[in-house]
Design a binder for this molecule. Sequence first.
Ligand code: UDP
Ligand code: MG
Length: 334
Amino acid sequence: MSAQTAATGPAPTLSVVVPMFNEQDAVPPLVARLRPVLDGLGVGYEVVAVDDGSRDATAAVLFDHGRTWPQLRIVRLRRNSGHQAALTAGLHRARGEWVVSIDADLQDPPETIAEMLRVAHAAGVDVVYGVRADRSTDTPFKRHTAGAYYRLMRRLVGAEVPAQAGDFRLLSRAAVTALRDLPERSPVYRLLVPALGFPSAQVRYARAGRVAGRTKYPLRRMVALAWESTASFSAAPLRLATWLGTLAFLACLALIGYGAVVYANGTVIPGWTSLFLAVLLLSAVQLICLGLLGSYVGRIYAAVQDRPVYHVAFDSADQPSPAAAFDAPTSVPG
Ligand code: UDP
Ligand code: MG
Protein backbone atom coordinates (compact mmCIF):
# COMPACT_ATOMS: atom_id res chain seq x y z
CA MET A 1 0.00 0.00 0.00
CA SER A 2 1.40 3.38 -0.89
CA ALA A 3 0.91 6.62 1.00
CA GLN A 4 -1.04 7.98 -1.98
CA THR A 5 -3.67 5.28 -1.72
CA ALA A 6 -3.86 5.59 2.07
CA ALA A 7 -6.72 8.11 1.92
CA THR A 8 -8.84 5.97 -0.38
CA GLY A 9 -8.06 2.43 0.82
CA PRO A 10 -9.62 0.78 3.86
CA ALA A 11 -9.10 2.67 7.11
CA PRO A 12 -6.03 1.44 8.99
CA THR A 13 -6.40 0.01 12.45
CA LEU A 14 -4.01 2.53 13.95
CA SER A 15 -3.06 6.13 13.17
CA VAL A 16 -0.03 7.61 14.87
CA VAL A 17 -0.19 11.41 14.93
CA VAL A 18 3.17 13.11 15.39
CA PRO A 19 3.20 16.92 15.51
CA MET A 20 6.62 18.31 14.70
CA PHE A 21 8.10 21.75 14.56
CA ASN A 22 11.74 22.17 13.51
CA GLU A 23 12.55 18.54 14.30
CA GLN A 24 14.89 17.71 11.41
CA ASP A 25 17.39 15.98 13.70
CA ALA A 26 14.75 14.08 15.65
CA VAL A 27 13.03 12.55 12.61
CA PRO A 28 15.68 9.93 11.67
CA PRO A 29 15.96 8.44 15.21
CA LEU A 30 12.17 8.64 15.54
CA VAL A 31 11.64 6.69 12.34
CA ALA A 32 14.31 4.16 13.33
CA ARG A 33 12.52 3.43 16.61
CA LEU A 34 8.88 3.89 15.66
CA ARG A 35 8.84 1.80 12.50
CA PRO A 36 9.88 -1.57 14.01
CA VAL A 37 7.30 -1.10 16.79
CA LEU A 38 4.48 -0.41 14.33
CA ASP A 39 5.55 -3.10 11.86
CA GLY A 40 5.60 -5.54 14.77
CA LEU A 41 1.98 -4.82 15.74
CA GLY A 42 0.70 -6.90 12.84
CA VAL A 43 -2.10 -4.44 12.01
CA GLY A 44 -2.58 -1.87 9.26
CA TYR A 45 -1.33 1.54 10.34
CA GLU A 46 -0.51 5.03 9.13
CA VAL A 47 1.82 7.59 10.64
CA VAL A 48 0.45 11.11 10.26
CA ALA A 49 3.47 13.35 10.60
CA VAL A 50 2.15 16.90 10.96
CA ASP A 51 4.88 19.30 10.01
CA ASP A 52 3.79 22.43 11.87
CA GLY A 53 5.28 24.95 9.45
CA SER A 54 8.86 24.04 10.29
CA ARG A 55 11.54 26.42 9.07
CA ASP A 56 14.26 23.80 8.96
CA ALA A 57 14.53 20.68 6.77
CA THR A 58 11.90 18.67 8.67
CA ALA A 59 9.64 18.34 5.59
CA ALA A 60 12.51 17.31 3.33
CA VAL A 61 13.74 14.71 5.83
CA LEU A 62 10.19 13.37 6.16
CA PHE A 63 9.78 13.05 2.41
CA ASP A 64 13.07 11.23 2.24
CA HIS A 65 11.80 8.64 4.70
CA GLY A 66 8.42 8.56 2.97
CA ARG A 67 10.05 7.07 -0.13
CA THR A 68 10.87 3.88 1.73
CA TRP A 69 8.08 3.89 4.29
CA PRO A 70 4.72 3.91 2.50
CA GLN A 71 2.74 4.17 5.74
CA LEU A 72 4.34 7.53 6.48
CA ARG A 73 1.87 10.25 5.60
CA ILE A 74 3.05 13.84 5.63
CA VAL A 75 0.70 16.68 6.43
CA ARG A 76 2.37 20.02 6.07
CA LEU A 77 0.80 23.11 7.68
CA ARG A 78 1.35 26.40 5.92
CA ARG A 79 2.58 28.18 9.01
CA ASN A 80 3.53 27.37 12.56
CA SER A 81 0.20 27.05 14.35
CA GLY A 82 1.29 25.60 17.68
CA HIS A 83 1.43 22.14 19.18
CA GLN A 84 -2.30 21.81 19.96
CA ALA A 85 -3.35 23.10 16.53
CA ALA A 86 -0.94 20.65 14.88
CA LEU A 87 -2.47 17.88 16.98
CA THR A 88 -5.91 19.05 15.86
CA ALA A 89 -4.85 18.84 12.21
CA GLY A 90 -3.53 15.32 12.81
CA LEU A 91 -6.64 14.16 14.67
CA HIS A 92 -8.90 15.59 11.96
CA ARG A 93 -7.00 13.80 9.21
CA ALA A 94 -6.21 10.52 10.93
CA ARG A 95 -8.32 7.65 9.60
CA GLY A 96 -7.45 4.86 12.01
CA GLU A 97 -9.88 3.03 14.29
CA TRP A 98 -7.43 3.97 17.01
CA VAL A 99 -5.42 7.15 17.08
CA VAL A 100 -2.34 7.64 19.21
CA SER A 101 -0.59 11.00 19.51
CA ILE A 102 3.08 11.11 20.34
CA ASP A 103 5.83 13.76 20.41
CA ALA A 104 8.49 13.70 17.73
CA ASP A 105 11.43 14.00 20.10
CA LEU A 106 11.27 10.42 21.48
CA GLN A 107 10.50 11.68 24.98
CA ASP A 108 7.51 9.34 24.79
CA PRO A 109 8.77 5.79 24.09
CA PRO A 110 7.10 4.37 20.93
CA GLU A 111 7.20 0.88 22.49
CA THR A 112 4.47 2.04 24.89
CA ILE A 113 2.05 2.27 21.93
CA ALA A 114 1.85 -1.54 21.79
CA GLU A 115 1.08 -1.62 25.50
CA MET A 116 -1.59 1.07 25.10
CA LEU A 117 -3.36 -0.96 22.42
CA ARG A 118 -3.19 -4.07 24.58
CA VAL A 119 -4.64 -2.23 27.57
CA ALA A 120 -7.38 -0.66 25.44
CA HIS A 121 -8.47 -4.08 24.20
CA ALA A 122 -8.10 -5.85 27.54
CA ALA A 123 -9.91 -3.18 29.57
CA GLY A 124 -12.41 -2.29 26.84
CA VAL A 125 -11.79 1.46 27.18
CA ASP A 126 -11.82 4.33 24.68
CA VAL A 127 -8.92 6.30 26.08
CA VAL A 128 -5.52 5.17 27.35
CA TYR A 129 -3.41 7.93 28.90
CA GLY A 130 0.34 7.80 28.90
CA VAL A 131 1.24 8.90 32.40
CA ARG A 132 4.74 10.17 33.08
CA ALA A 133 5.83 8.10 36.03
CA ASP A 134 9.39 9.36 35.93
CA ARG A 135 10.34 12.86 34.85
CA SER A 136 13.88 12.76 36.13
CA THR A 137 15.21 13.77 32.72
CA ASP A 138 13.25 17.04 32.83
CA THR A 139 14.80 20.08 34.50
CA PRO A 140 13.68 20.72 38.12
CA PHE A 141 12.05 23.92 36.87
CA LYS A 142 9.99 22.03 34.28
CA ARG A 143 9.02 19.39 36.86
CA HIS A 144 7.84 21.96 39.38
CA THR A 145 5.93 24.12 36.91
CA ALA A 146 4.35 20.99 35.41
CA GLY A 147 3.36 19.80 38.91
CA ALA A 148 1.70 23.15 39.66
CA TYR A 149 -0.06 23.08 36.28
CA TYR A 150 -1.60 19.64 36.85
CA ARG A 151 -2.69 20.55 40.39
CA LEU A 152 -4.44 23.69 39.10
CA MET A 153 -6.08 21.79 36.26
CA ARG A 154 -7.38 19.07 38.55
CA ARG A 155 -9.01 21.78 40.63
CA LEU A 156 -10.51 23.54 37.62
CA VAL A 157 -11.62 20.62 35.49
CA GLY A 158 -11.96 17.86 38.07
CA ALA A 159 -10.13 14.90 39.48
CA GLU A 160 -10.67 12.92 36.27
CA VAL A 161 -7.73 14.82 34.77
CA PRO A 162 -4.86 12.41 35.27
CA ALA A 163 -1.81 14.10 36.78
CA GLN A 164 1.27 14.00 34.57
CA ALA A 165 -0.62 12.91 31.46
CA GLY A 166 0.50 15.00 28.50
CA ASP A 167 -0.37 14.48 24.88
CA PHE A 168 0.82 10.89 24.61
CA ARG A 169 -2.48 8.99 24.55
CA LEU A 170 -4.52 6.49 22.63
CA LEU A 171 -8.04 7.38 21.50
CA SER A 172 -10.75 5.23 19.97
CA ARG A 173 -12.51 6.39 16.82
CA ALA A 174 -15.55 7.28 18.97
CA ALA A 175 -13.42 9.54 21.17
CA VAL A 176 -11.78 11.19 18.14
CA THR A 177 -15.20 11.84 16.60
CA ALA A 178 -16.47 13.33 19.87
CA LEU A 179 -13.42 15.64 19.98
CA ARG A 180 -13.90 16.66 16.35
CA ASP A 181 -17.51 17.55 16.98
CA LEU A 182 -16.65 19.99 19.74
CA PRO A 183 -16.83 23.61 18.60
CA GLU A 184 -13.66 24.32 20.61
CA ARG A 185 -11.30 26.73 18.86
CA SER A 186 -8.13 26.22 20.81
CA PRO A 187 -8.52 22.79 22.32
CA VAL A 188 -6.28 21.79 25.20
CA TYR A 189 -6.57 18.06 24.66
CA ARG A 190 -5.07 16.97 27.96
CA LEU A 191 -8.11 18.58 29.64
CA LEU A 192 -10.77 18.09 26.99
CA VAL A 193 -10.28 14.35 26.68
CA PRO A 194 -10.85 13.66 30.40
CA ALA A 195 -13.80 16.11 30.34
CA LEU A 196 -15.52 14.00 27.67
CA GLY A 197 -15.85 11.22 30.23
CA PHE A 198 -15.01 8.20 28.08
CA PRO A 199 -13.95 5.07 29.96
CA SER A 200 -10.20 5.28 30.31
CA ALA A 201 -7.11 3.49 31.53
CA GLN A 202 -3.52 4.52 32.14
CA VAL A 203 -0.14 3.25 31.11
CA ARG A 204 2.87 4.50 33.01
CA TYR A 205 6.14 5.29 31.30
CA ALA A 206 9.41 6.99 32.04
CA ARG A 207 9.80 10.27 30.21
CA ALA A 208 13.11 10.20 28.39
CA GLY A 209 15.32 13.11 27.45
CA ARG A 210 14.91 14.85 24.12
CA VAL A 211 16.73 12.87 21.40
CA ALA A 212 17.80 15.95 19.43
CA GLY A 213 17.07 19.65 19.10
CA ARG A 214 15.66 22.00 21.69
CA THR A 215 12.31 22.21 23.47
CA LYS A 216 9.66 24.18 21.60
CA TYR A 217 8.02 25.07 24.90
CA PRO A 218 9.91 28.02 26.35
CA LEU A 219 8.47 29.68 29.45
CA ARG A 220 6.37 32.01 27.30
CA ARG A 221 4.54 29.09 25.67
CA MET A 222 4.16 27.26 28.96
CA VAL A 223 2.46 30.32 30.45
CA ALA A 224 0.30 30.62 27.33
CA LEU A 225 -0.76 26.97 27.64
CA ALA A 226 -1.56 27.41 31.33
CA TRP A 227 -3.66 30.49 30.62
CA GLU A 228 -5.39 28.82 27.65
CA SER A 229 -6.18 25.82 29.86
CA THR A 230 -7.58 28.02 32.62
CA ALA A 231 -9.62 30.28 30.37
CA SER A 232 -11.08 27.39 28.37
CA PHE A 233 -12.43 25.69 31.48
CA SER A 234 -13.18 28.43 33.96
CA ALA A 235 -14.60 31.91 34.23
CA ALA A 236 -13.26 32.13 37.79
CA PRO A 237 -10.67 34.80 36.87
CA LEU A 238 -13.54 37.08 35.86
CA ARG A 239 -15.04 36.70 39.32
CA LEU A 240 -11.73 37.88 40.71
CA ALA A 241 -12.81 41.39 39.69
CA THR A 242 -15.84 41.10 41.98
CA TRP A 243 -13.70 39.96 44.90
CA LEU A 244 -11.08 42.65 44.37
CA GLY A 245 -13.85 45.24 44.03
CA THR A 246 -15.47 44.05 47.26
CA LEU A 247 -12.15 44.21 49.08
CA ALA A 248 -11.47 47.69 47.74
CA PHE A 249 -14.97 48.78 48.77
CA LEU A 250 -14.47 47.50 52.33
CA ALA A 251 -11.12 49.27 52.49
CA CYS A 252 -12.84 52.44 51.29
CA LEU A 253 -15.48 52.15 54.03
CA ALA A 254 -12.75 51.91 56.64
CA LEU A 255 -10.95 54.88 55.13
CA ILE A 256 -14.16 56.94 55.06
CA GLY A 257 -14.58 56.23 58.78
CA TYR A 258 -10.99 57.23 59.40
CA GLY A 259 -11.44 60.41 57.34
CA ALA A 260 -14.54 61.37 59.29
CA VAL A 261 -12.73 60.93 62.62
CA VAL A 262 -9.73 62.94 61.48
CA TYR A 263 -12.00 65.67 60.14
CA ALA A 264 -14.00 65.82 63.38
CA ASN A 265 -10.80 66.15 65.39
CA GLY A 266 -9.74 69.01 63.20
CA THR A 267 -6.36 67.40 62.61
CA VAL A 268 -6.57 67.35 58.83
CA ILE A 269 -3.15 66.43 57.51
CA PRO A 270 -1.94 66.93 53.94
CA GLY A 271 -2.42 63.17 53.26
CA TRP A 272 -0.52 63.02 50.02
CA THR A 273 0.94 59.53 50.58
CA SER A 274 -2.36 57.84 51.37
CA LEU A 275 -4.06 59.42 48.35
CA PHE A 276 -1.15 58.52 46.12
CA LEU A 277 -1.16 54.87 47.25
CA ALA A 278 -4.93 54.57 46.99
CA VAL A 279 -4.97 55.89 43.44
CA LEU A 280 -2.10 53.60 42.42
CA LEU A 281 -3.68 50.54 43.99
CA LEU A 282 -7.16 51.11 42.64
CA SER A 283 -6.00 51.85 39.11
CA ALA A 284 -3.82 48.72 39.16
CA VAL A 285 -6.79 46.63 40.29
CA GLN A 286 -8.94 48.14 37.56
CA LEU A 287 -6.36 47.49 34.89
CA ILE A 288 -5.91 43.88 35.98
CA CYS A 289 -9.67 43.36 35.82
CA LEU A 290 -9.90 45.05 32.44
CA GLY A 291 -7.09 42.82 31.16
CA LEU A 292 -8.87 39.69 32.37
CA LEU A 293 -12.11 40.84 30.80
CA GLY A 294 -10.23 41.65 27.60
CA SER A 295 -8.75 38.22 27.33
CA TYR A 296 -12.19 36.58 27.55
CA VAL A 297 -13.60 39.10 25.05
CA GLY A 298 -10.66 38.13 22.82
CA ARG A 299 -11.77 34.50 23.00
CA ILE A 300 -15.32 35.51 22.03
CA TYR A 301 -13.91 37.60 19.18
CA ALA A 302 -11.85 34.69 17.86
CA ALA A 303 -14.86 32.36 18.18
CA VAL A 304 -17.08 34.77 16.24
CA GLN A 305 -14.48 35.18 13.50
CA ASP A 306 -14.36 31.39 13.29
CA ARG A 307 -11.18 31.27 11.24
CA PRO A 308 -9.55 27.89 10.80
CA VAL A 309 -6.84 27.30 13.40
CA TYR A 310 -4.56 25.64 10.88
CA HIS A 311 -4.10 25.62 7.11
CA VAL A 312 -3.01 22.45 5.41
CA ALA A 313 -0.58 23.17 2.59
CA PHE A 314 -0.20 19.59 1.63
CA ASP A 315 -1.21 16.05 2.59
CA SER A 316 0.77 13.26 1.00
CA ALA A 317 -2.37 11.10 1.07
CA ASP A 318 -4.12 13.46 -1.40
CA GLN A 319 -1.20 14.62 -3.52
CA PRO A 320 -0.83 12.64 -6.74
CA SER A 321 2.81 13.46 -7.38
CA PRO A 322 5.34 13.17 -4.57
CA ALA A 323 7.86 15.10 -6.65
CA ALA A 324 5.63 18.17 -6.91
CA ALA A 325 4.86 17.83 -3.24
CA PHE A 326 8.52 17.79 -2.38
CA ASP A 327 8.98 21.28 -3.83
CA ALA A 328 6.02 22.77 -2.01
CA PRO A 329 7.21 22.56 1.59
CA THR A 330 10.78 23.59 0.92
CA SER A 331 9.58 26.69 -0.95
CA VAL A 332 7.81 28.05 2.11
CA PRO A 333 9.84 31.04 3.31
CA GLY A 334 11.37 30.75 6.77
N1 UDP B 1 5.46 21.16 18.42
C1 UDP B 1 4.68 21.54 17.34
N2 UDP B 1 4.44 22.87 17.13
C2 UDP B 1 4.91 23.84 17.96
C3 UDP B 1 5.67 23.43 19.09
C4 UDP B 1 5.92 22.08 19.30
O1 UDP B 1 4.24 20.71 16.55
O2 UDP B 1 4.65 25.01 17.71
C5 UDP B 1 5.74 19.73 18.64
C6 UDP B 1 7.21 19.40 18.84
O3 UDP B 1 7.88 19.26 17.62
C7 UDP B 1 7.13 18.10 19.63
C8 UDP B 1 5.87 18.30 20.46
O4 UDP B 1 5.12 19.33 19.83
O5 UDP B 1 6.94 16.98 18.78
C9 UDP B 1 6.18 18.69 21.88
O6 UDP B 1 7.07 19.79 21.91
P1 UDP B 1 8.39 19.80 22.79
O7 UDP B 1 9.03 18.46 22.79
O8 UDP B 1 9.25 20.92 22.33
O9 UDP B 1 7.79 20.15 24.22
P2 UDP B 1 8.31 19.62 25.64
O10 UDP B 1 8.41 18.12 25.54
O11 UDP B 1 9.64 20.26 25.86
O12 UDP B 1 7.26 20.07 26.60
MG1 MG C 1 9.47 17.13 24.14
